[in-house]
Write a protein that binds this ligand. Structure first.
Ligand code: TRP
Length: 368
């Protein structure tokens, strides 16, 4: 069972066992001591408190350097292949918190080249999506004086010398082992990881001194940064430190929100009405009838509505706990999301009267 999942930068399938993934990748759990230490710099962000960001590489080294007065740069990114959804935004929110707390610069890489190489999209399409997606990143309020957005096809001149140095240190057999490339893989894809490494070393190159880098992102990106970290010492760069989060769940009960299932995905471009209707149809793992639901209670671990509050929307830990208790007792997970009174009308929110529960949609009855 635990073996039954795949997580790579280009594919996430199956039920992810995050402990097992951490073992496979060789990353380190974020333990209480590290949380306490991070909490010493500013009010600990809920994504850290709740173990959503749960794994890391070399955080203590980074903080030791910071304490000695060496400021790091933040680096994260986005592969523009469609509209931005909540799963993309989640790690950016922690990046914003880190920028505020540590008062550090930030690089944001838009890999329009990557999505052109790996998907059936034109460069014109990935480029225009990059500009579109950049608005979502900007909207989170990063400090414009300290934040640089890198568009690969536009800024390649700056990245290229670094990418070249990285690529010379990575042979094909390593790339194949790390990313699972085959003989049919196009050669641009094989080189690409060097381009994703480049921003991690950019500050060091530009300033001509060792500038530590912290990359907070989804754990699916670890294969790239394992390579970056392996080559760094040989090129005279500090190894980037990493903070990894879990994947943001889909509305359909899946482990990862994915654009390929638009009904289970909330895009920043969705209208409020559309969002409401998607949430109304979310998988909640509810029982087959109202009575069963009241009698047996629900399971917050599988309920998308609960998970959304837990991952992103409810900042107050006490309220999250209350929600979880209420759910287990068979209560209404949508109450807080909708901000309305407890629904007693036995109607599944977002679905027309007469189609609520029983029949095809019955596993969603939890929304009562
Ligand atoms: N490869 C990432 C994606 O497909 C985009 C990306 C580029 C990135 N650089 C990054 C993600 C640094 C996290 C951190 O979305």
């Amino acid at each position: 069972m635990a073996e039954n999942f795949t997580v790579t930068p280009w594919e996430v399938t199956g039920d992810i066992d995050y402990e097992e993934l951490q073992r496979r990748f060789g990353t380190t759990p974020i333990d209480d001591a590290l949380l306490r230490r991070l909490g010493g710099y500013g009010d600990l962000h809920m994504m850290l408190r709740r173990g959503i960001f749960y794994s890391h590489r070399d955080m203590n080294t980074l903080l030791d350097e910071y304490d000695k007065g060496s400021r790091f740069v933040l680096y994260t990114g986005r592969g523009p292949s469609g509209s931005t959804h909540l799963g993309h935004i989640m790690p950016w929110i922690l990046n914003k918190w880190l920028q505020d707390v540590f008062d550090v610069p930030m690089y944001f890489q838009m890999t329009d080249d990557e999505k052109f190489l790996f998907k059936d999209l034109t460069l014109g399409e990935t480029r225009s999506m990059a500009y579109d997606n950049a608005l979502d990143f900007i909207a989170l309020g990063f400090d414009p004086e300290k934040t640089k957005i890198i568009l690969d096809t536009e800024n390649i001149k700056t990245l290229y010398p670094i990418a070249l140095k990285v690529s010379k240190k990575v042979n094909f057999s390593t790339a194949r082992a790390v990313f699972g490339f085959e003989n049919s893989t196009n050669i641009g894809s094989i080189f690409f990881t060097a381009v994703q490494s480049a921003p991690a070393f950019l500050a060091t190159e530009l300033q001509g001194r060792q500038v530590p880098c912290l990359i907070p992102c989804g754990i699916d990106q670890d294969p790239h940064f394992r390579v970056s970290r392996d080559v760094a010492p040989g090129l005279g760069y500090p190894k980037p430190s990493m903070l990894y989060c879990k994947m943001f769940p889909g509305l359909g009960g899946g482990d990862k929100m994915s654009s390929s299932d638009p009904n289970a995905t909330i895009f920043t471009t969705d209208t409020p009405k559309k969002v409401k209707s998607k949430i109304g149809r979310a998988f909640t793992g509810g029982r087959v009838s109202v009575d069963e639901q009241r009698k047996l209670g629900g399971n917050p671990e599988v309920c998308a509505v609960f998970k959304y509050n837990f991952y992103m929307f409810e900042k107050d830990d006490r309220k999250v706990e209350e929600m979880s208790d209420r759910c287990r007792r068979g209560g209404d997970p949508l109450r807080r999301m909708q901000g309305g009174p407890h629904r007693e009308d036995k109607r599944v929110p977002g679905r027309p009267p007469g189609q609520e529960g029983g029949g095809q949609g019955d596993n969603r009855l939890h929304g009562l």
